[in-house]
Design a protein around this ligand. Sequence first.
Ligand code: ADP
Length: 228
Amino acid sequence: MSETLISARGVRKNFGQTEALRGIDLDIRRGEVLAVMGPSGSGKSTLLHCLGGVIVPDAGSVALGETVVSDLDEQRRARLRLTEFGFVFQFGQLLPDLTALDNVSIPLLLAGMKRRDALGEARDWLGRLGLTGLGRKLPSELSGGEAQRVALARALAPRPKILFADEPTGSLDSFAAENVMTMLLGLVRESGTTVVLITHDPRTAAYADREIVVRDGQLSGAARVGAL
Ligand code: ADP
């Protein structure tokens, strides 16, 4: 379990005068569930965006195995995000005019899967997330917890190497949050998916193998390393 999947070295990112990241070194192991904690504005989302190839650091590097993600142009990073990474955010960001089933099938269609196969896969994933029968509903017809599970199904359906989750339960009540986290953990453990999970909630972080804390754009010493 010790193989490094993604590796950040000296990652820095500024937004104007704001030094959002001030030199981050981080190795994430294959299959690891990593919780990223820290105060609001400390750089957690920026770190996640750099690791996930959404933005490129101003200095330093991010590598996924042999691929230096931070050296790739936008088109290649977009491809990598589509094929290797899954993303879930605080508010599911489902496409409002599409049904749950269509939302989940979109990344599969973009990856080149035939429509019938994509719909079949999407239906299976909705089932895995306890959403059988809700495929025809629009996001506005779903509860917050259901919508987050659809977002999770959409992120996991293409079988990403890494799932990046930014406060995925942040908008949910504690019952729905626990439900989403239990499902998320069950599915990623089963598939060996690596997870980078931003959370403010120590109960959510407790699901992780390891916690890191970001403060003022740097990794702080306080971290918990769980059994791997
Ligand atoms: P966190 O996720 O820990 O709340 P962020 O990574 O979102 O922190 O933000 C870190 C710092 O960078 C904050 O001061 C924030 O205001 C700033 N920042 C983040 N994204 C942008 C952006 N796109 N433009 C300008 N400033 C930004």
